[in-house]
Design a protein around this ligand. Structure first.
Ligand code: SAH
Ligand code: SF4
Ligand code: F3S
Length: 446
């Protein structure tokens, strides 16, 4: 421990909230070893790249970043370079990285990341390079130290892996099969967070609706939500991601009656064409999805609904795409993440012959973004003059005289208020919409 005093680490994370939480665990392990975090890469004693491979451009960014630190390593041979995360779990990727960048010290996958301190010590004791990638997931490791970025809201993984094998997606291959954490472990973690002053948790899983499979005694996602909603002092519960094929009426019902459960549902549709959905192996049709949205809106009238959409999946025709546009207009999403389809080696869709050309993909992408933006802007305007509850996260990035936080339904609000209200819930009057965020003033925050 002592010899790590004043030693620093720099960590960069790509990908989803799961990866962010993994990085918080890596940070926790490093801090336990005596390291301090730095945001200046050039100064660090250890550099960690926690990678994502869900789309090709995520991978390109990682290659660019590893290449860029070659000179640092040459100048300081003691610098330890670590590449971790999903990208490393891909078949043949570790070999590619080692060939391109032989100066990387540790390559570690997603299933054994808890072994990181051991590998780091071995490198410090003179070992040349460690490449350890487990093909299969092991038991869930509880109780790892964790150094969270926020002191107001926290990610809590409730399950790992994915069993769905959507034909475009690499996640099941790099994150393994579904495993659920025991409810008592989740509850314990959240109670500890609340004791530290956290107000909000986001429960994470690739498909939270299938939580609980294989656990004894039996429990499903709705049961877990009910249990967590009872935790005193916890103000907000959010979760992601819900797969539409598994979102039950029971879960919708629990949210509608819940206390801390927020009126926010992320329900990735991926496409508005039933033909595309079938080819994507999503197990629902456009009509089934729209029925689900109807049920949500009936039971939770003020719910905000967000989604993920892929444009240019193999075989997507102009008609298929028009169905996506129509669906977006019908649902009136509160926000949406849009992606250009990216071929991922090892997934079934990689082999599909009817790939859509780049120009058509980009053209559809732009049309989709335009449609979504106009809906989101219109929806945000309806908040002008309204009072909302904001969980204050800190000082606004763009204006240091303002505070920033989010509403229960996930909207970003910048507002004038008392700095002492950071970490608290504050009532804010919305003065005007700024397109994708809201501008307001605290009603009473002292
Ligand atoms: N488990 C979640 C999301 C996982 S990945 C779910 O099922 O919704 C996040 C998003 O990335 C997906 O929802 C999808 O829209 C997008 N995505 C996944 N693979 C992709 C690919 N090959 N090309 C483009 N987008 C992709
Ligand atoms: Fe990927 Fe589908 Fe699993 Fe989501 S549900 S992680 S999109 S395979
Ligand atoms: Fe990327 Fe892995 Fe998440 S591939 S999206 S970081 S599960």
């Amino acid at each position: 421990m002592k010899d790590n005093k004043n030693k620093t680490y720099f960590i960069e994370t790509w990908g989803c909230q799961m990866n962010e939480e993994d990085s918080e665990k890596i940070s926790g392990m490093l801090k336990n070893m005596g390291y301090v975090r730095t945001i200046i890469r050039e100064e660090a004693d250890v550099i960690i790249f926690n990678t994502c491979c869900v789309r090709e451009n995520a991978e390109q960014k990682v290659f660019g970043n590893i290449g860029a630190i070659k000179a640092l390593k040459r100048k300081n041979p003691k610098l330890i370079i670590v590449v971790s995360g999903c990208m490393i779990q891909q078949k043949g990727m570790a070999e590619t990285i080692v060939k391109k960048f032989p100066f990387v010290d540790i390559l570690i996958g997603t299933h054994n990341s808890y072994k990181f301190p051991e590998y780091l010590n071995r490198i410090k004791n003179g070992e040349k390079q460690i490449i350890d990638i487990w093909k299969q997931e092991g038991e869930i490791v509880e109780g790892l130290p964790i150094d969270r970025l926020s002191s107001v809201k926290a990610f809590v993984t409730i399950m790992y892996g994915c069993n769905n094998f959507c034909t475009y997606c690499i996640v099941p291959y790099v994150r393994g099969r579904e495993r659920s954490r025991k409810p008592e472990d989740i509850e314990k973690e959240i109670k500890e967070l609340v004791a530290k002053g956290y107000k909000e948790v986001t429960l994470l899983g690739q498909n939270v609706n299938s939580y609980g499979k294989g656990l004894e005694p039996k429990i499903n996602f709705a049961d877990l939500l009910r249990r967590i909603d009872k935790i005193e002092g916890l103000e907000r519960i959010k979760f992601m991601t819900s797969h539409p094929k598994d979102l039950s009426e029971e879960v919708i019902d629990v949210i509608s009656k819940g206390r801390a459960l927020c009126e926010q549902i992320h329900l990735p549709v991926q496409s508005g064409s039933s033909k595309m959905l079938k080819n994507m192996n999503r197990h629902y049709t456009k009509d089934q999805y729209l029925d689900l949205i109807k049920k949500i809106k009936e039971k939770i009238p003020n719910a905000s609904i967000s989604t993920d959409i892929i444009v240019g999946f193999p075989g997507e025709t102009e008609e298929d795409f028009m169905e996506t546009l129509e669906l977006v207009k019908t649902v009136e999403y509160d926000s949406a993440f849009t992606f250009l389809y990216s071929k991922r080696k090892g997934t079934p869709a990689f082999e599909y012959e009817n790939q859509v050309d780049e120009k058509t993909k980009h053209d559809r992408f732009n049309r989709l973004v335009e449609t979504i933006n106009s809906i989101v802007i219109k929806k945000n305007q309806t908040f002008e003059g309204r009072n909302v509850e904001v969980l204050v996260e800190g000082i606004s990035k763009n204006d240091e005289n303002k505070l920033t936080g989010r509403t229960r339904d996930g909207r970003l609000v910048n507002f004038e208020g008392n700095i002492n209200s950071i970490g608290k819930l504050v009532n804010v009057r919305i003065i005007r919409s700024q397109g994708f965020s809201l501008l307001g003033e605290a009603i009473c925050d002292n």
